[in-house]
Design a binder for this molecule. Structure first.
Ligand code: COI
Length: 356
């Protein structure tokens, strides 16, 4: 159990008045959680302080060698005014899986959850009231050794910040257009594709910008070896309903093991769907579209929630999905996930963790 010191801000910021204009990840709350790590001493000095800049030497390891990982999670306000988290244990575990790959020390799962809860509780007034808006929480760890040698740092900072947010995509729940990237890759076996490390995202920006210039919301990544099989979208996992069955890439090292992905798979299995986690060739997706068998495509992610896809472009082929509107299974997943998260549906699976 952490003994968290609390220093409250003496000048709280005004809260956003029009929550429909929040966008994603633009405004911070009043406070942040910080904890230091020193080799030989472990994690120490857990504290909540007013939101502020870090002061770091220009030769700090993270600036040069990207030894950094993060998580994404949300706090939801229910109609009764309670505030709750969704499966924070999954985020805590995934952060440690990322940490292992990046040679970053683990944080005990209960400490991670305590830190997140403590920040949300102190900034509880920042959790939005508007339907569809939530408090996006960003836990992250970065290396703070100073020096230019490439090695695992002996010092780290674990911090948690939070930002009231609306939909991740400007389209909201409206279907998005996705560009299938056939030049650049995001991950390859043995690399860091399964982690949430900043480097994965940095490497994806170029393709994302190129897709955006052509009017696409995001890039769909293919496997890094053959550029043949669908993997993920970068800010979300992706699922395809073809001829009644649901397909998504397996989490075998190159795909992020999404918490929303996992939850949707569990729900669909309960509903009797056959869900196949494995290799799905992009050529087969396009063929299914031509044959009228590509029924629905959607992304899943903490930020993106459940996000319908209406179009896929791969080389010179374009697949239009359904009638361009959100499909029935995508809608059911969206309604069920958000229903549980916002406390409108019963939490039969024990996924909800109350904060206050
Ligand atoms: C999340 O869904 O929480 C993510 O971390 C995706 C992010 C890149 C916006």
């Amino acid at each position: 159990m952490l003994n968290i010191k609390i220093e409250k801000t003496t000048c709280p910021k005004p809260k956003p008045v029009d929550e429909s204009q929040l966008g994603f990840g633009k405004i911070s709350t009043d406070h942040m959680f910080v904890m230091d790590y020193t080799e030989g001493q472990g994690w120490h000095d857990p504290r909540i302080i007013p939101y502020q800049n870090f002061s770091l030497d220009p030769a700090t390891v993270v600036f040069h060698y990207a030894q950094e990982i993060f998580e994404g999670m949300k706090a939801y306000r229910t109609a009764e005014g309670k505030i709750q988290l969704f499966r924070p244990d999954c985020n805590a575990k995934r952060m440690n899986d990322s940490a292992d790959r990046l040679c970053i020390p683990n944080i005990p799962e209960e400490d991670f959850i305590q830190a997140v809860k403590a920040l949300v509780e102190i900034d509880a007034d920042w959790v939005p009231y508007t339907d569809g808006c939530s408090l996006y929480i960003r836990p992250f760890i970065f290396a703070t050794d100073v020096g230019l040698g490439v090695h695992a740092s002996k010092h780290y900072i674990f911090s948690v910040i939070a930002m009231p947010s609306g939909a991740y995509y400007a389209e909201g729940i409206n279907p998005v257009r996705i560009y299938v990237e056939d030049e650049y890759i995001r991950a390859a076996p043995g690399l860091t594709g399964f982690t949430k490390c900043g480097g994965n995202y940095a490497a994806s920006i170029k393709a994302g910008e190129m897709a955006e210039e052509q009017g696409y919301a995001q890039v769909l990544w293919l496997d890094g070896v053959e550029k043949k099989y669908v993997e993920e979208v970068g800010s979300m996992n992706i699922m395809f309903k073809i001829d009644g069955k649901v397909y998504t890439a397996a989490c075998t090292g190159t795909v992020l093991p999404g918490v929303t992905r996992r939850s949707c798979i569990e729900l669909m299995k309960d509903w009797g769907y056959e869900v196949i986690e494995g290799k799905l060739a992009i050529a087969d997706v396009m063929k299914a579209a031509q044959e009228g068998k590509l029924e629905e495509v959607w992304g899943t992610g903490t930020a993106a929630v459940v996000s319908p896809v209406k179009e896929l472009k791969w080389k010179d082929q374009v697949a239009h999905i359904g009638d361009g509107k959100i499909g029935p299974l995508t809608q059911k997943l969206y309604d069920t996930m958000t229903g549980i998260q916002w406390g409108k549906l019963p939490d039969d699976k024990g996924w909800i963790v109350p904060v206050c």
